[in-house]
Design a protein around this ligand. Structure first.
Ligand code: PAF
Length: 291
């Protein structure tokens, strides 16, 4: 992705009230606000979201907040990569306008009691193995939307289920924000961009390529006429298991909106994977369009 050098300076804000005042003032001036929520450790996938916002909106706000409520007690909250200085440089280079990076205490002060739950589409796939994930995501995203008050918010399709949860949250709670889906950004060798890729050793990174490779094989098999979901997930399982150090969390062949498992691949279908490779839990997916 070509990165444009912009002259505007990045404004850093950590206070909720200051962020709210700025959003209010931008809205009063009829300027559109694009928003990219992140947990930092920015890679080309995040920067692509920022670029999309810069192309469409008058001002672009990026948040960096490692949200503790979406991590389970046995997950990687403490070791989640943090690199604020280089994130700021990347945001300055690409020309983002505002970085909102509140502290944990600012977002969840003592006495904080509220959680938001989107039902039915949060129990499958990632929600099954990470039961705290989607309540934490829904809660923090709703809070961030209320603080930043964006016109548009940009999310990557790598987190397909997260996107569906956020779209449902916006629709069900009548939030005044357009959710913009942005396709997965991959490394040249096919690995989907993720902040967690940096935990991988060279050997693990090789093994991690089996995620995108197995999805590509599945697509090829479907194109050649395979319609059995079991045959597809068996071939993915075999491709993933051949690699050293991989531990499959799930392989799902399902409806892309309800996440109900399919027996036959008919109509639009999501194939989604979560695999632990060394210390990193990686996800990837592809959509089989109706054929
Ligand atoms: O996708 C992420 O990075 C996070 O889940 C999000 C949307 C920033 C909420 O913490």
């Amino acid at each position: 992705m070509g990165i444009k050098i912009k002259s505007r300076t990045l404004r850093e804000i950590s206070s909720i009230s200051e962020m709210k005042d700025i959003s209010q003032s931008l809205r009063k001036q009829n300027l559109t606000i694009g928003f990219v929520p992140t947990m930092g450790c920015l890679h080309a996938g995040h920067l692509n979201l920022v670029k999309r916002s810069l192309e469409t909106c008058d001002r672009t706000v990026v948040s960096i907040f490692i949200n503790p409520t979406q991590f389970g007690s046995n997950e990687d909250l403490d070791t989640y990569p943090r690199q604020l200085e280089s994130d700021i440089e990347k945001l300055e280079t690409i020309g983002a306008d505002i970085l909102f990076h509140p502290t944990k205490e600012e977002m969840y002060p003592p006495g904080y009691k509220t959680s938001v739950e989107v039902q039915n589409i949060t129990e499958q796939l990632c929600g099954k193995s990470r039961p705290d994930l989607f309540d934490g995501v829904s809660t923090v995203v709703l809070k961030l939307f209320n603080i930043v008050r964006p016109h548009n918010a940009y999310f990557g399709e790598k987190d397909w289920q997260q996107l569906a949860v956020i779209e449902t949250l916006v629709e069900d709670l009548n939030l005044d924000v357009a959710i913009i889906r942005v396709p997965i950004v991959r490394e040249a060798d096919g690995l989907a961009m993720s902040s967690r890729n940096r935990y991988l050793s060279p050997q693990e990174r090789q093994s991690a390529l089996s995620l995108s490779r197995s999805l590509q094989q599945a697509r090829d098999n479907i194109r050649r006429g395979t319609t059995s979901a079991k045959a597809i997930s068996d071939s993915i399982r075999q491709c993933l298991s051949e690699q050293e150090g991989t531990e499959i969390d799930y392989i799902s062949v399902c409806d892309p909106e309800s996440f109900k498992e399919k027996e036959q691949i008919r109509g639009r279908t999501l194939i989604a994977l979560a695999v632990k490779v060394g210390p990193s839990r990686l996800i990837d997916n592809c959509i089989i369009e109706e054929f």
